[in-house]
Design a protein around this ligand. Structure first.
Ligand code: GLN
Length: 490
């Protein structure tokens, strides 16, 4: 029998339904595993074992009552879940990986979290993240780095590295992440798990502590396309508290009943297979595309001509938005307040001490790009080029249904491998940034390993609000392969 901590969401829900396990047993099993292995991985910033056990017990009682009454059960009743520490969970410390929010306990739940609590989940704790989700390795967390379960000397990716590591290490059957420029997909790729970055506006950002508001999205990481879709669908939908959430019904699941890919046109953009990409990454992605073809998909070479501009455009727009969003950490309303000699001194000391070096770099870059003399040359120009990147996708989606591409140029790199070179770290994001700039959905899933047995991922990007098509394709792929079923030996 599979160990219960290795269950997929689907298996866990079936086991809860048949009474094979209770939520309390399942939650205890995860907490024990976390206690044993967390020192080697550090996937969490905050664990909430007492609340989780109480929640699990309540879920078991509720199940018994509802069953007795013959009433319908909430779809995820009793399912343990990990949550990235940039999403507000009521009364649970939410740090964003930053010292400035070390003692911040939000008085409310993020809408994404609330919807899943309504569906019955039990929160195990808050996972590690680069400070304010700025990074690609989790090394920028003020609470220490997370280690990749496949090789603990390597990074898990970032910024949702704690969530990806937690799922890969079987600390939880699924975890919430966020993706502003690749932070769900790249760690999913580095840790060999499946993850969705939804269309901008599909999942409410209310209660997601803002980084780049025109780019931020809340996503899910899990062990299969099917699992990720189940949770994604329960989070999706209109929220009057997020002005950019769209009032549009949630699609029927794409995985259910998907048997082949006949009629699906898969575009392969030549700009994503460039010099500098690790040969094994390219090889695994091309093999995976062949699997899609064998399932009936038609493969078409396409061009997304402005791809190479995504990096400079993103690294102007994201820091610009960050500099505005992070202005609220001033020591006045919440967060760190240092001893001071007056208000200006308070701002300087609190922000100076509370923010780490990467966050300070971005605030300075962003403030510069927005400043009166440079706005047109940098921020304004970046917005124009962003439109061209979006137009590339619109053009491509006239002739193909999905775009298949690598996620990162390499597999997981060594902790400290990029030294103090911010540019080397930014280059990790070349293949993930375009989807955020264009607002389109992207689904990451494992497609094999390199020679060192490190996972390689691939992403499928789709038309806005067509997550369903991505899930369908990945599900068919996962029926034909078993890379997503492999787990690291830790
Ligand atoms: N690595 C990118 C950055 O540092 C993306 C991060 C994210 O998606 N949150 O901004």
């Amino acid at each position: 029998m599979t160990e219960i901590t290795a269950f997929t969401v689907k298996e866990a829900l079936q086991a809860l339904e048949t009474g094979q396990v209770s939520s309390l047993e399942l939650t205890k099993a995860y907490l024990e595993r976390i206690q044993r292995l967390e020192p080697a991985l550090h996937a969490f910033i905050t664990l909430t074992p007492d609340a989780a056990l109480a929640g699990a017990k309540a879920a078991d009682e509720r199940r018994a009552q509802l069953k007795k009454a013959g009433a319908a059960l909430p779809p995820l009743l009793g399912l343990p879940l990990a949550v990235k520490d940039v999403l507000c969970v009521k009364d649970v410390r939410t740090t964003c990986g930053s010292k400035i929010l070390e003692n911040f306990k939000p008085p409310f739940n993020a809408t994404s979290v609330q919807k899943l609590l309504n569906a019955g989940v039990v929160v195990l704790g808050k996972t590690n993240t680069d400070e304010f989700a700025m990074g690609s390795s989790t090394e920028n967390s003020a609470y220490g780095v997370t280690h990749n379960p496949w090789d603990t000397e390597r990074v898990p990716g970032g910024s949702s590295g704690g969530s990806a590591a937690a799922v890969a290490a079987c600390f939880a059957p699924a975890a919430l992440g966020t993706d502003t420029g690749g932070s769900v997909r790249q760690p999913a790729s580095f840790c060999g798990v499946t993850g969705i970055k939804p269309t901008y506006g599909r999942v409410s950002r209310y209660g997601l502590i803002a980084y780049g508001s025109s780019l931020d999205s809340v996503g899910v990481l899990g062990r299969s396309a099917e699992d990720v879709e189940t949770i994604f669908r329960l989070m999706a939908g209109f929220d009057p508290r997020d002005a950019t959430s769209l009032d549009r019904p949630v699609d029927e699941p794409g995985c259910a009943g998907a048997a082949d890919l006949k009629g699906l046109r898969v575009g392969v953009p030549k700009e994503y297979f460039i010099e500098g990409i690790q040969p094994e990454v390219e090889a695994r992605v091309r093999e995976a595309i062949q699997v899609l073809a064998a399932q009936g998909a038609q493969i078409v070479e396409i061009s997304l001509p402005h791809t190479s501009y995504a990096l400079p455009v993103y690294y102007l727009i994201a820091p610009a938005e960050a500099s505005a969003n992070l202005a609220r950490y001033d020591g006045v309303r919440f967060g760190l307040r240092e001893e001071n000699n007056g208000v200006i001194d308070m701002f300087m000391k609190s922000r100076g001490k509370g923010f780490g070096p990467e966050v300070k770099r971005r605030i300075m870059l962003g403030t510069y790009a927005l400043s009166a003399g440079y706005y047109d040359a940098y921020y304004g120009q970046a917005q124009k080029v962003r439109t061209l990147i979006k137009a590339d996708f619109e053009e491509a989606f006239k002739s193909v249904d999905v775009v298949a591409a690598p996620i990162a140029p390499t597999t997981a790199f060594k902790i400290g491998g990029h030294g103090d070179d911010p540019l080397a770290m930014y280059l990790e994001d070349v293949f993930t940034l375009p989807a955020n700039l264009a607002g389109v959905p992207g689904l990451a899933f494992p497609v094999g390993f390199d020679a060192q047995k490190l996972p390689v991922g691939m992403q499928l990007m789709g038309r806005p609000f067509e997550e369903r098509t991505l899930f369908r394709a990945a599900h068919v792929y996962q029926q034909a392969t078993d890379f997503h079923k492999q787990t690291p030996a830790i």
